[in-house]
Write a protein that binds this ligand. Structure first.
Ligand code: GLC
Length: 456
């Protein structure tokens, strides 16, 4: 009995491993690495959630949360007129913050499109804005040298054929009413519509570097792979834009290549995420405060240090950060977002070298106290981010003989190696440790970084 159980468990494991190995494309790991190379190098991008939900300014899920009917929600559509919209200015701010790519909501769950689609009337060209806001955005961000990505919601609470489930804005109070409400709704038609829109996005705006599809919730009352026809969708996407990078939210998890990277949302991972024991590309998407869309009265804004630690820590575990701004209904970044971006930019201007092209350090380099370390495999430099500025003596455990030179990154000033002196330090610094002598006064940057030039 026991043996057969173990055998069954073993077979299940083999089967699931085999199932996880299914592939859609015949791209080699090296080819994938090359396709993702710019993104892995760049590390830091801007997410932009913008749509008619910026008018109520109470979260991008406002229609759902408050169960607003289509007709009541229509007022935001009729009033949408972002007279201060200047995407070039957005792009400049993203760039100044150190971001290298940006992903914008072309359509969110409410179904409203910021682009000119021939498959719907529910789009910016029919609002007082009267134009394709995505077209201007693409041109502006490209002009500033940023890579561009489209977020597209698989979910659509506006489309008349998208069946009403318990995640829908028009979900009924009485469960018995689903059938009545869904009479005449045809997911086949919705699927065709959705594929058509993705085709438009990937055909009409030149090269699109990323596609961010959101999201699946398979199971009873949910929607997943079959509802979206995700297999055909991803094949079309890669056919139209062979170099594109696609996220992992279309419910193709049983395929090794059903998404290019994983997307821990509003979550700082404890270690580099893996799949079948292999490290996988990842990007955490995060907000400055508790909402993606502009939320006037939400006040839980992260401070400058928290944001920088998020970025550094992500890179130290081999990941990217996609940090979100929710522009206002008039088309501006609100002052809180501007301040947060500027704060990061001030640090990034001096410390980009410890972020771009960097990743998790080789295991032989232990993390010194109160620090985060990143490593550039090309230049072979190691970066120690001092989260809590030490008192003069700073010990690098096991680093003896591995370092040629040490300097502060912000000003390139030398940091001297120091022989342990005094009774206490002699006890604490081991024969394989390297001791640095730091200035007593913390340099005037939020998180000082020591750059180590490693011995060959
Ligand atoms: C969630 C939310 C959505 C947001 C997204 C960003 O899926 O539904 O509002 O766009 O996270 O990752």
């Amino acid at each position: 009995m026991k043996r057969s159980l173990i055998l069954a468990a073993f077979c299940a494991l083999c089967l699931s491993t085999a199932a996880q190995e299914k592939r859609i494309f015949n791209e080699t790991p090296a080819q994938k690495e090359k396709r993702l190379a710019w993104w892995t190098n760049d590390r830091f991008g801007m997410f932009i959630h913008w749509g008619i939900y910026a008018l109520p300014a109470r979260h991008e899920w406002v229609q759902n949360r408050e169960q607003i009917s289509d007709s009541a929600y229509r007022k935001y559509f009729d009033l949408f007129n972002p007279d201060l919209y200047n995407p070039r200015e957005w792009a400049r701010q993203a760039k100044a913050a150190g971001m290298k790519y940006a992903v914008i909501t072309t359509k969110h769950h409410d179904g409203f499109c910021l682009f000119d689609s021939k498959y719907t009337d529910y789009k910016s060209t029919n609002t007082p804005a009267k134009r394709d806001l995505i077209r201007e955005w693409v041109d502006a961000f490209r002009a500033e040298g940023l890579k561009i990505g489209f977020y597209y919601s698989l979910i659509d609470w506006h489309h008349p054929d998208f069946t009403i489930d318990n995640t829908h804005a028009q979900r009924p109070h009485n469960p018995e009413d689903y059938e009545k409400l869904n009479k005449g709704r045809d997911m086949n038609k919705y699927r065709t519509f959705m594929h058509n829109q993705v085709r438009e996005l990937l055909s009409n705006y030149g090269k699109v570097d990323m596609l961010w599809l959101d999201f699946s919730y398979p199971g009873k009352n949910g929607k997943g792979q079959e509802d979206w026809n995700s297999l055909d969708l991803i094949k079309m996407v890669r056919k139209l834009q062979p170099a594109i990078i696609v996220n992992d939210r279309m419910d193709l998890k049983e395929y090794a290549d059903g998404g290019d990277f994983v997307t821990p949302e509003q979550f700082k991972v404890s270690a580099w995420p893996t799949h079948n024991g292999q490290r996988v590309p990842w990007e955490t998407c995060q907000t400055f405060s508790g909402s993606w869309g502009y939320y006037r009265d939400e006040n839980t804004w992260k401070d400058n240090k928290q944001l920088l630690v998020l970025l550094i820590e992500s890179v130290s575990k081999g990941g990217n950060v996609l940090l979100n701004v929710g522009p206002t209904a008039r088309g501006k970044f609100d002052p809180r977002a501007q301040k947060a971006l500027a704060g990061m930019g001030e640090w990034m201007e001096l410390h980009g070298r410890s972020i771009y092209g960097c990743t998790q350090a080789p295991d032989e380099f232990a993390r010194p106290d109160h620090s985060l370390i990143t490593y550039n495999p090309t230049t072979k430099r190691l970066y120690i981010h001092l989260l809590d500025y030490p008192l003069q003596n700073f010990t690098l455990p096991g680093y003896k003989g591995k370092v040629k030179y040490a300097q502060f990154l912000h000003d390139g000033s030398e940091i001297k190696f120091s022989a342990p002196a005094g009774h206490w330090i002699k006890n604490e610094v081991g024969a394989n440790d390297l001791n640095l002598s730091l200035p007593v006064i913390k340099p005037g940057v939020e998180i000082p970084v020591i750059e180590l030039i490693l011995a060959d």
